[in-house]
Ligand binder design. Structure first.
Ligand code: ATP
Ligand code: MG
Length: 566
């Protein structure tokens, strides 16, 4: 059986599968698939479904297919297919040669439709889309039979073939399943199986002018591929009776469908059609905007695939819906980056400091630790000289209580360097502090004083002569409300967009060791957060995205929760 069964936590899906293996349903095989519709880029919700399908297959030593459910040529594009493949590979999953398309089954699905017509289980209907909607009834009211419901098998076969041959205009006829217009489940009220639509399909071109609906395609595609367990999100629960009906009437291989809760995150929108609106409306700079919770956006922001997989594993798999705190996603990311990200010094809001008793032309090389969490990552040399930048925030002329950083007359430690003491403050005509004059204690090289005195704070810094100018982009939540769909009447989620979600700071200064950094490289800037190099970087200018600040709000939430329990 499974390789990792003992080490990974169980969940209700695995319990069902294990049970099926015991009873030898599906000859002891497990075969799953991830079935995206190529009508947008993948988001973090899809990552959950991808992890469930690929990880479960792996644990039971079975394959997982990638299948594009490409039944809607109006909204689907090759760009989306390419991005979906890139994102799944980036997450670390491999579908090998099992890349399938529902459109490859169009001929087979057509045969299935003929089979149902011949069994008297499907009919051609001349009602318009509006009329079908009107006669479908409601949750409390049964639907009404279509006047075309009792067409003969011969007439249906003839009309359906002519639909395919292009004899009728778009939308003029449909093929419908003949089930039950008074069923308590609206999906069973003679659902549409085929519609007439003259649209060029990204893969089948103009070969077809009738297209199967998603509902008539999805279950049969799983069946054709020999899928044993169709794992899908909860909104398909109400469709399951219909999928069962099709498979039973067609008398073909019948996968077991199991539904799990969709992922929701606070302050976040996870629906492709809404994400498209953000992209097309220009609220963000494309699908991979680092503020988007698309996989390409998270990647550009600096998320690691490992942290996303870890997140998906730790939120678990359940049937009941809940909203996950975005702080938990960030917590998983910090866990990963803390172990792996090399530390560097960078100053975002520079304040010039002249160390008066340090020789004018001297440059020293100081040893800096690359990652205190992992000493095997070694050390590096960083230059130190007379004029440096520190962070504006790290100085106050009149320090309030509990402000332990630099102030007139006060001594602080410079990371990996010396203790400095502020002896004078230089201001411009408007009274803004533009420079500090300090002295250093040569005996404190490396950060310790022989007399044992210990400054309360250690500041990060870079030298003015050696540092590299850079642009830094800071991101905040894209939406101001916990639930972005919470809007006044007549408005939509875009009215909750945070106008301050992007802050560009330039120039910033980073230590010279970063000069060869490449787009995608990730590191920690000490005391500031985790950053990565944005692809907008050029030879002339490095651009950094702040992936996430250091402060871990999730750890705080957990601590508070623990306190409450005590
Ligand atoms: P969207 O609403 O964003 O368009 P979708 O469900 O229509 O999503 P598909 O391309 O059909 O998008 O999704 C492929 C698979 O991913 C489906 O099996 C779906 O159940 C799953 N999925 C989509 N969104 C989520 C989510 N938020 N949480 C868990 N699974 C999801
Ligand atoms: Mg869908």
């Amino acid at each position: 059986m499974s390789k990792n069964d003992l080490t990974r936590p169980s969940n209700f899906i695995k319990e069902i599968i294990s049970e099926d293996l015991k009873t030898n349903r599906y000859d002891g095989k497990v075969h799953t698939r991830f079935p995206p519709e190529p009508n947008g880029y993948l988001h973090i919700g899809h990552a959950k479904a991808i992890c469930i399908n690929f990880v479960i297959a792996e644990e039971y030593n079975g394959p997982c297919n990638l299948r594009f459910d490409d039944t809607n040529p109006m909204k689907e594009e090759q760009e989306y297919i390419d991005s979906i493949k890139e994102d799944i590979r980036w997450l670390g999953f491999d579908w090998e040669d099992r890349e399938y398309y529902a459109s490859d089954y169009f001929e087979k699905l057509y045969e299935y439709a003929i089979k149902l017509i011949k069994k008297g289980k499907a009919y051609v209907c001349d009602l318009s889309a509006d009329e079908i909607r009107e006669t479908r009834g409601t949750l409390t009211k049964p639907g009404r039979n279509s006047p075309y419901r009792n067409r003969s098998v011969e007439e249906n076969l003839d009309l359906f073939e002519r639909m395919r041959a292009g004899e009728f205009p778009d939308g003029s006829r449909t093929l419908r399943a003949k089930i039950d217009m008074s069923s308590g489940n609206i999906n069973m009220r003679d659902p549409v199986m085929y519609r007439i639509l003259r649209a060029t399909h990204p893969r089948t071109g103009d070969k077809w002018c009738i297209y199967p609906t998603y509902d008539f395609t999805h279950g049969q595609s799983d069946s054709i591929e020999g899928i044993t367990h169709s794992l899908c999100s909860i909104e398909f629960e109400d469709h399951r009776p219909l999928y069962d009906w099709f498979l039973d009437e067609l008398e073909i291989h019948h996968p077991r469908q199991i539904e799990f809760a969709r992922l929701y995150l606070n302050y976040t929108i996870l629906r492709k059609r809404k994400l498209i609106k953000l992209v097309e409306g220009g609220s963000v700079n494309g699908w991979d905007d680092p503020r988007m919770l698309t996989l390409s956006g998270l990647r550009r922001r600096g998320y690691t695939p490992e942290s996303i997989r870890d997140f998906c594993e730790r939120i678990g798999v359940a049937k009941s819906e809940s909203v996950v705190d975005i702080a938990f996603l960030e917590h998983c990311l910090r866990d990963d980056l803390n172990k792996r990200a090399q530390r560097y010094l960078a100053v975002l809001h520079p304040l010039r400091v002249v160390i008066e008793n340090y020789p004018e032309d001297k440059v020293e090389e100081l040893d800096a630790i690359n990652n205190p969490e992992d000493l095997s990552m070694g050390t590096r040399k960083i230059p130190f000289s007379r004029v440096i930048y520190i962070e504006q925030d790290d100085f106050r002329e009149e320090p309030p209580k509990k402000f332990y950083r630099l102030a007139p007359g006060r001594e602080v430690r410079l990371r990996y360097a010396y203790f400095i003491k502020c002896v004078d403050v230089i201001k411009d005509e408007k009274g803004n502090v533009v420079e500090l004059r300090c002295t250093y204690d040569p005996k404190t090289r490396g950060g310790d004083a022989p007399d044992g005195r210990k400054p309360k704070t250690t500041l990060h810094w870079v030298t003015i002569d050696h540092s590299i100018r850079a642009e830094v982009r800071l991101y905040d939540r894209l939406f101001t409300k916990v639930n972005p769909d919470d809007v006044e009447e007549g408005k939509d989620f875009t009215s909750n967009i945070n106008p301050n979600s992007l802050e560009i700071i330039t120039p910033c200064y980073v230590e010279p060791t970063l000069k060869d950094a490449e787009p995608g490289d990730r590191f920690q800037f000490e005391r500031l957060g985790y950053f990565c190099v944005d692809p907008d970087s050029t030879n002339l200018k490095l651009v950094f995205n702040r992936t996430v600040p250091l402060k871990d709000t999730w750890a705080k939430i957990e601590k508070a929760q623990r306190k409450e329990l005590e």
